[in-house]
Write a protein that binds this ligand. Structure first.
Ligand code: ATP
Ligand code: MG
Length: 507
């Protein structure tokens, strides 16, 4: 037997370990395409002969200039510093910098007490693009997929609305945004009050987006648009098997759907009395009981209620429960009508015109000074929604890039005659022309469908005026259901915004 082997057999284990470490170091240092040692302070203390081939690409012409530098300063994208700081090896990694792409390995070095004293780094392969083609292709594809998934995720998370989407820098608008930011920090119920079209829904979205719940759902229910008989199921859900037939499987209510997030109860003033007490209980207990079930489900929902109606007057008239009103009125925010913040008109026009052009694909149109002057003289009973409709119609009616007063004259004169309604919170939809031509003019002939539609519009308008915008009361007065009234109003509004004559259909 050769003497070396004989002496090895007698080696104590710790000696053996030391020699193993030594041999491995030598093997790696000589066979790797390059290796380096870095101390605890991240300073390069040694590089192998082979490592010198990379120096020119790293911007060094001699090993003397390179050794002694902090590794992160001279080797871009290195993770040697991380290995030293965490004490954990990075066995295989790809390092890319101006010198190329390398397959590298980095190991921490420890003293007898186990403390990290530095790190050993090796370049195992250079140009892995060619030597490891299949793996690299896969790596590149995965990297691309990861990048695009990250981008999509970021786009989804970015809220569509923010409090800043509420355009305006007038004192009144700034105050609204200040209050909205303040309530966004809390979990309390918020009550948004303001005339139709003042931006209540927009602000509700903004509050949700600025709150800690922004990653969770935002669910909106328009109480006035849901037939009264379906409201309870809509809110609280239906237990499986509660009904036979189509709904056998049960249905999730909006409270459940908004779990963890925010629920907007829009048009809260239209809530039927019977349901008001049930809603109050849900708000107090944070529990819902789906129809046909006798089990309570815990829910965690922040409620934002909105209305254009005069709730205190409704409380006084007995059509809105006082206890529910006080429960909702914890943090009220009043949205000013447009006529009280005409200073914001220009900024609003700018934003709305941009949005209209983006959605319609038509070129952006700007307003000249006499158009702005005309708009500033208008009363805006339908507030920003009305402004939007007017701008949309003016944009569609002409190819001119600059809109002047003449483009708005016809659009505003009809609505401008009656001044602000006496009732401050009138819900009259802006899109209903307040002075429409009489259905039968002496020397013009109106076909029956149009004449009927005209008549229907007038009745609806009068009913809304008579009830101060209360849709439930107006529907009763008209002898139709609230849901039907809502459908008709939606049709009128849609027709008005397309500037086309409407034929209102019956149920
Ligand atoms: N401050 C604002 N800045 C920009 N756009 C606004 C602003 N306020 C309202 N809008 C726009 O006006 C329109 C009406 O707003 P929104 O639906 O929020 O009003 P609302 O108060 O909920 O009305 P309603 O009581 O009739 O439901 C929307 O198109 C909205 O984007
Ligand atoms: Mg609304």
């Amino acid at each position: 037997m050769p003497p070396i082997a004989a002496s090895m057999n007698k080696l104590p284990d710790d000696q053996m370990l030391k020699l193993a470490a030594q041999s491995m170091f030598n093997v790696f240092a000589s066979t790797a395409m390059g290796s380096m040692l870095v101390d605890r302070q991240h300073r390069i203390v040694w590089i192998s002969e082979s490592y010198k081939q990379f120096l020119p690409a790293l911007g060094f012409d001699s090993a003397e200039a390179f050794v002694g530098k902090r590794v992160e300063e001279v080797v871009p994208n290195t993770l040697m510093n991380e290995v030293i700081d965490t004490g954990k090896p990075i066995l295989v990694d790809l390092l890319s910098n101006q010198a190329g792409t390398f397959l590298v390995s980095r190991l921490p070095l420890r003293n007898e007490a186990g403390e990290v004293i530095g790190a050993f780094g090796m370049v195992l392969l250079d140009q892995p693009e060619t030597t490891m083609q299949p793996l690299m292709t896969k790596f590149a594809r995965l990297q691309r997929e990861l990048d695009s998934a990250r981008q999509q995720l970021a786009a989804q998370r970015r809220p569509k609305y923010s409090i800043a989407s509420f355009v305006g820098s007038s004192a009144a608008a700034v105050e609204v945004k200040r209050q909205a930011r303040r309530v966004a920090q809390t979990d309390s119920t918020v009550l948004l009050l303001g005339e139709t079209g003042t931006g209540k829904e927009l602000l509700a979205h903004g509050i949700h987006a600025a709150s800690a719940r922004s990653g969770k759902p935002f669910v909106a229910v328009n109480i006035a648009a849901v037939p009264e008989s379906l409201l309870e199921a809509e809110f609280f859900g239906v237990a499986p098997g509660a009904y036979t037939g189509a709904d056998r499987k049960g249905r999730e209510g909006k409270f459940k759907a908004a779990h963890g997030g925010t629920l907007l109860l829009d048009e809260i003033g239209d809530m039927p009395l019977a349901l008001q007490s049930k809603l109050l209980r849900v708000l107090q207990e944070q529990e819902v009981e789906p129809l046909g079930s006798n089990q309570l489900q815990r829910i965690d929902v922040r409620v934002i209620a909105a209305t254009s109606r005069d709730l205190p007057a409704m409380v006084a008239a007995g059509s809105f429960r006082a206890d529910l009103y006080y429960r909702l009125n914890v943090l009220p925010i009043r949205l000013p009508p447009l006529r009280e913040r005409l200073g914001d008109l220009e900024a609003l026009v700018e934003t709305l015109a941009e949005d209209i052009s983006r959605r319609s694909g038509l070129p952006h149109k700007s307003l000249n000074a006499d158009a702005m002057e005309l708009l500033a003289r208008h009363d805006w009973p339908g507030n920003i929604r009305e402004l939007r409709n007017v701008l949309e119609q003016a944009t569609l009616m002409t190819d001119d890039r600059s809109l002047g007063a003449r483009h708005f004259g016809a659009l505003l004169s009809a609505a401008a005659q009656p001044k602000a309604p006496v009732e401050p919170a009138s819900e009259m939809p802006a899109a209903i022309p307040v002075h429409s031509p009489s259905p039968v003019e002496p020397d013009t002939w109106t076909p029956l469908p149009q004449a009927l539609a005209e008549l229907e519009r007038r009745s609806i308008r009068q009913a809304l005026q008579r009830t101060g915008g209360n849709k439930l009361a107006a529907a009763r007065l008209l002898g139709i259901s609230r849901a039907t009234l809502y459908q008709k109003l939606a049709l009128i509004e849609a027709a008005a915004s397309h500037n086309a004559p409407t034929t209102l259909q019956g149920d």
